[in-house]
Structure formats: structure tokens, C-alpha cells
Design a protein around this ligand. Sequence first.
Ligand SMILES: C[C@H](O)[C@H](O)[C@H]1CNC2=NC(N)=NC(=O)C2=N1
Length: 97
Amino acid sequence: MNDKLSGAARTEALDKLQAAGWSMVEGRDAISKLFKFKDFTRAFGWMTQAAIAAEKMNHHPEWSNTYNRVEVTLTSHDAEGLTDRDVKLAGIMDGLA
Ligand SMILES: C[C@H](O)[C@H](O)[C@H]1CNC2=NC(N)=NC(=O)C2=N1
């Protein structure tokens, strides 16, 4: 699928994501954010909700969890870069946190 973000739409989307704590991944067209929770139960509960939302969108995060922290990377593998799907999933994840 070739729906990679570009031009003004990309700049605007990345500005908003950066203001929300997301940053560009070095060497990849991807964004990442470290989510921190009170404890493991909160972290895993959030992951469960985010996983259900991701599955509904058929758009899946790269992520890892250690105790109360979840490191998330988003990119669109089929487009080999950032798309609206990443922006949407990032917004959902922020809303659930
Ligand atoms: C076959 C299936 O539709 C694809 O593999 C989907 C599933 N989830 C996905 N998630 C992400 N992040 N990128 C993709 O390109 C992607 N593709």
C-alpha cells in the first residue's frame, strides 16, 4: 500500500506527535514513545486495550514491556514508512494511556 505521509500533511502530523511525546526513530521512517505506568498491571491493561484497537484496525505496533514501561514503535510495514494508520494508532494509544 502506498499511502506514505508526505508534504504538509506529514509535517503537521509529526509536529503534533512530537508535542505528544513521540519521536522519530534513528535510521527508520518510524516513530516511538516510551509509555510509563504506575505498575505492571496498569501497563499490561493498557497493552490489552491497545492490542484490541490495533487488531480492529489491522495495524500492529512493535512494542516491548518491562514492568511498568512499554516502548512502542509505529511504522507501516507494507508502505515501508509512516502513514495515516500510524498517526491514528498513536492517537488511540495516547487516548488510552
Ligand atoms: C496481512 C495484513 O493485512 C498485514 O500484514 C498488515 C497487518 N498489520 C500491519 N501493521 C503494521 N504496522 N504495518 C503493516 O504493514 C501491517 N500490515
